[in-house]
Write a new protein. Structure first.
Length: 188
């Protein structure tokens, strides 16, 4: 399944090669622009249904995702699981629950996201769920590019694709990468 999905990323132009600055601040030669893949609604439905199947066994009431990248994934996973979907979004520089979304005491969530490198936005979303009295049954992502530094979210973590993509600190770039101007294609 991973190879088929990677082929789909390449076919749609969603797997980019070059010099990229990730949201985490790390630099990389490859970038997954899931929005390019997910703009095709038939593909979004199919890919997110695969992720939903990996999450179906976890006891949950609702789906939550961090905006912006996780919104389509959350909506489609929620539809496939027959669950409500809400999202967190930036407010004063950090993620928050807005738009009148509520989390009930004891409500069980699966957290979904498009791509994880370090998992910072997923962890922020988990913290929001817990702060509001909910629990997190599992985390699911389309692409896990964390490699050996897999984040520990304190719950099961599943993905459709695991890639060990090389990441570099800005002051430790390999010579070939340092020669290419860096671009920051992700969401803010």
């Amino acid at each position: 399944m991973s190879d088929d999905l990677l082929a789909l990323f390449r076919k749609t132009g969603a797997l980019l090669d070059g010099h990229f600055v990730l949201r985490s601040g790390l630099h990389s030669r490859e970038y997954f622009q899931c929005a390019i893949l997910l703009q095709h609604t038939d593909i979004a439905e199919r890919v997110c249904k695969m992720l939903a199947e990996k999450l179906r066994g976890f006891d949950s009431d609702s789906v939550i995702s961090p905006a912006l990248g996780g919104i389509i994934v959350g909506q489609e996973v929620g539809r496939s699981l027959g669950k409500r979907h809400i999202f967190t979004e930036k407010e004063d520089g950090k993620l928050a629950l807005r738009r009148g979304f509520k989390i009930d005491q004891g409500e069980k969530f699966v957290v979904v996201e498009d791509v994880v490198t370090r998992g910072g936005r997923v962890q922020e979303t988990i913290d929001i769920v817990r702060t509001h009295g909910g629990t997190v049954a599992a985390v699911g992502v389309i692409v896990d590019r964390s490699g050996k530094t897999k984040p520990d979210f304190g719950c099961p973590f599943v993905s459709l694709v695991e890639m060990n993509v090389e990441n570099f600190a800005g002051d430790k770039l390999p010579t070939d990468l340092a020669k290419i101007p860096a671009v920051k294609p992700g969401s803010k």
